[in-house]
Ligand binder design. Structure first.
Ligand code: ATP
Ligand code: MG
Length: 395
């Protein structure tokens, strides 16, 4: 087998240039180091074109899984590093070709070091000639079974026949922080994932209504948070006790407007916590038209009580598309566990689908919600959640 000793991380074509690009690369390296923290024997080198990680101990399979969850990587490869001269390059490529069961190949060279005596075309031709002479492989430039990639740097050249797709997006943390309202449902975990993919660090806010909602419901949300924390190392989770405020809402507003008021209160509390935590925006798993509180009229009436922007990554997706994403990121099976949510506990029979702001304000004037909101903010419980799998591995 070819001896793959260096991982090459590619960023793809970044639209950001100059200072932003430097930030991007620096942040990506920090996030990769964090994702691979349990492997101390790795040496990192970052260049304009890619990050190179030299492995002194071989464990590609485990690294592969971890790297495929780091946002900002467009693709990565396990490569063999050889000295930058034609003899060493040809020998390594020949070895890869000889060991592969493929019938066709193609040489793909990128010459980052322009002082190398041959240009990339000439390197491709010279190596392909050697492979044609010494093996029975044929060249196929359109659909090669074995694309052999050669990255020529000043001292070392990196050779590989594989390219693993990365998670794409931007490195988490590069685009500020968001407070996402995380229920135990299917949608909000997917919203968290989509926000993180845009390079946004996520903190989670959960509303619990004990004793109407159980410990298991809270645990389920924490399990989801733990699953999602792998994309950013750890995640801060705030849990608000919502019961007293919810009971007061139902007393003041009755059935049709209860959900509207409840969601206005959720946003007010979230806006306060976001300000305290330095989160620039809120995020939710709302999808237009999915339920009564997610019609455009409802969203406007609910959104009007806060000034902080609300990002809704799933706004225009179908439930089927959201479920598909939830399956892909692995949260679906946990999300469908049947524990009660604070919204379903007081499930109104006839929720209003076109609430009016005047009417909502009218009901709110009936009770001192300000002090209840204040209590919710002040008495929240905060914890840092990490990946449970990793914790178990360390035990
Ligand atoms: P989800 O699958 O995310 O629960 P849903 O389809 O059940 O979504 P709603 O219950 O109307 O929709 O909630 C819409 C959004 O409000 C959720 O995506 C989430 O962002 C937020 N939310 C709802 N309930 C809670 C809760 N108990 N704690 C925190 N956020 C919540
Ligand atoms: Mg829900």
């Amino acid at each position: 087998m070819a001896e793959y000793d260096t991982i090459l991380i590619r960023y793809g074509e970044l639209s950001t240039k100059g200072h932003n690009r430097k930030n991007f690369i620096r942040r990506l390296e920090a996030n990769i180091r964090q994702a691979l923290a349990e492997y101390p024997h790795l040496q990192y080198r970052r260049t304009y074109d890619g990050i190179y990680i030299k492995m002194t101990v071989v464990h590609p399979q485990a690294l592969r899984e971890k790297l495929s969850r780091v946002f900002g990587i467009s693709s990565f490869s396990f490569t063999q590093a050889v000295d930058s001269n034609m003899e060493a390059i040809t020998k390594a490529c020949l070895q890869i070709a000889a060991q592969s069961p493929a019938h066709t190949f193609k040489m793909i060279t990128r010459r980052h070091d322009k002082s190398f005596p041959l240009n990339s075309d000439a390197i491709n031709r010279a190596v392909a000639d050697a492979i044609l002479q010494q093996t029975d492989k044929k060249v196929d430039v359109h659909h090669p079974e074995l694309p052999i990639q050669v990255e020529v740097q000043a001292r070392k050249t990196y050779i590989t026949a594989e390219k693993i797709p990365g998670a794409g997006g931007y490195p988490v943390g590069i685009n500020g922080k968001c407070l996402v309202l995380l229920s135990g449902g299917i949608d909000s975990p997917v919203a968290v994932y989509e926000m993180m993919k845009r390079g946004i660090e996520v903190e989670a806010l959960h509303f619990a209504s004990p004793p109407y909602t159980s410990e298991q419901a809270k645990e389920k949300m924490l399990t989801l948070a733990s699953m999602l924390s792998v994309y950013q190392g750890s995640m801060k989770v705030h849990i608000v006790s919502f019961t007293d405020l919810q009971l007061a809402i139902y007393k003041a507003a009755g059935d049709p407007y209860a959900v509207t008021l409840m969601r206005r209160m959720m946003f007010r509390i979230a806006e306060r916590i976001a300000a305290e935590e330095g989160c620039l925006v809120l995020g939710t798993g709302e999808s237009i038209g999915q339920v009564a509180s997610q019609t455009l009229e409802s969203m406007v009436c609910i959104n009007s009580v806060i000034r902080i922007p609300v990002i809704r990554p799933l706004a225009c997706l179908d439930k089927v598309e959201i479920i598909d994403l939830a399956r892909r990121i692995g949260t679906y099976e946990t999300s469908i566990l049947p524990y009660e949510d604070c919204c379903t506990i007081f499930d109104p029979k006839n929720p209003v689908t076109r609430p009016h702001e005047d009417k909502a304000a009218f009901y709110e004037a009936r009770f001192d919600w300000q002090s209840l909101v204040e209590t919710c903010v002040q008495t929240r419980q905060t914890q840092i959640v990490t990946s449970r799998k990793e914790q178990e591995e360390f035990l």
